[in-house]
Design a protein around this ligand. Structure first.
Ligand SMILES: Cc1ncc(COP(=O)(O)O)c(C=O)c1O
Length: 383
């Protein structure tokens, strides 16, 4: 038989699939893949049920149901004073992952360069490669995961078209400060780049950290494309519902691809999420305090076991340095933890193209039931 397409050359099973499979085989406490092992709010599930019973079961309009687009528009206005027209600037997608794929494929021609800040969410690089683009990594250096402006400037060439930033940041849990964001934005403005701002953890902030959407910064509204995900905000990652907020031209380009890739997103869940977004004010304090409790509990547990690192201010991840426990690199140590200690984590070197810094860490996801976190800590005591 003839070969499959070269655009997937070099693609492997994603690290999440590999780890989750091993975790099942070894009955490990799974702190690997980034999703809660508990359910989202009951009232939200009730809405989904109700919407199905009410007959919202056929194809949604391809840009998304107008109710959900209106509510997305409302919350950007209310929380960030950002204006997005639901008719022409907001597109509902199958999670942020589809959103990222659409944005990259809408903008990137073969040979175009895209600056990615590593460690990164791994779909960025896959989507860039599928578009024929060239990912150009710039390292966010541990332990603060800061970007060196000189390294960023050196990575930008006349072929660079897009820069991708993730805030709050997976896997480090970093919440970008305004000055840090401004430095990256200035580089995008100076070089006339689009900026894809992945803000899926926009509401998972602790200790008074504030989310600053990139689109709110100096002159960045037009060139910023923001993606987010209801899966993260409502703890229902399996609903796979996200969105893109962008200018009209980019929105139109993304929709042209979306209509042929997925056409539209599941209708009842969109309608339920529209109701969910109306309740953000009352929902968010409980949501944040639930995850803060888990973060504090797990962080204290790891500290008492001798892991030494700064507590993350955002997301539900911790990048934990492993040097005090092992001479192994991240992948081998992650395998040892699963097989010998029944604790699954993600080795972050999978999130780097250039630097080897990731080999010195493991990523733990603390969006887990108390019993999962306790069980994992108990097993790690044997280290
Ligand atoms: C930084 C980042 N972006 C995007 C996504 C994808 O979100 P979704 O599940 O909505 O596709 C994730 C999921 O883990 C993520 O961590």
């Amino acid at each position: 038989m003839k070969d499959t397409a070269y655009r997937i050359d070099g693609f492997k099973d994603s690290i999440f699939g590999v780890i989750s499979k091993l975790a099942r085989e070894h009955q490990a406490f799974n702190l690997g893949q980034g999703f809660p092992d508990f359910d989202g709010p009951d009232w939200l599930k009730e809405f989904a049920h109700q919407k199905m019973q009410e007959g919202h079961n056929q194809y949604a309009p391809f840009p998304g149901t107008i109710n959900l687009r209106n509510e997305v528009s409302n919350y950007y206005q209310k929380f960030y004073q950002l204006n997005y027209n639901p008719e022409t600037q907001i597109t509902i997608t199958v999670g942020a992952t589809e959103a990222i794929y659409l944005v990259i494929n809408a903008l990137i021609n073969p040979g175009d360069e895209v600056v990615v800040l590593e460690p990164f969410y791994d779909s960025y690089v896959a989507s860039i490669k599928m578009a024929g683009g060239v990912p150009v990594p710039v390292t966010m250096h541990a332990p603060d995961f800061n970007v060196d402006s000189k390294e960023l400037a050196a990575a930008i060439s006349p072929r660079t078209k897009l820069l991708i930033l993730n805030n709050p940041h997976n896997p480090s849990g970093k919440v970008w400060l305004k000055d840090e964001l401004l430095a990256v934005c200035e580089m995008a403005r100076k070089n006339d780049l689009y900026l894809l701002s992945d803000e899926v953890y926009e509401f998972l902030l602790f200790d008074g950290a504030k989310h600053i959407p990139t689109a709110t910064l100096n002159d960045m509204y037009e060139r910023t494309i923001t993606v987010s995900s209801a899966g993260k905000t409502f703890g229902v990652t399996g609903w796979k519902t996200g969105w893109i907020c962008a200018n009209k031209k980019v929105t139109n380009a993304c929709r042209l691809i979306h209509q042929y890739v997925t056409f539209s997103v599941a209708t009842p869940t969109q309608e339920a999420l529209a109701e969910g977004l109306k309740r953000l004010d009352t929902y968010l304090p409980d949501f944040v305090s639930l995850y803060k409790g888990k973060r504090d509990f797990f962080y204290q547990g790891l500290k008492s076991l001798g892991f030494d690192f700064a507590i993350p201010r955002g997301t539900y991840f911790m990048m934990v340095p492993i040097g005090s426990k092992t001479k192994l690199k991240d992948v081998d140590f992650a395998l040892e933890l699963i097989k010998t200690y029944q604790v699954a984590t993600v080795p972050p070197s999978a999130f780097y193209l250039k630097s080897t810094e990731g080999e010195k860490f493991l990523r733990f996801c603390f969006a887990k039931k108390e019993e999962t976190l306790k069980g994992a800590l108990e097993n790690l005591k044997r280290l």
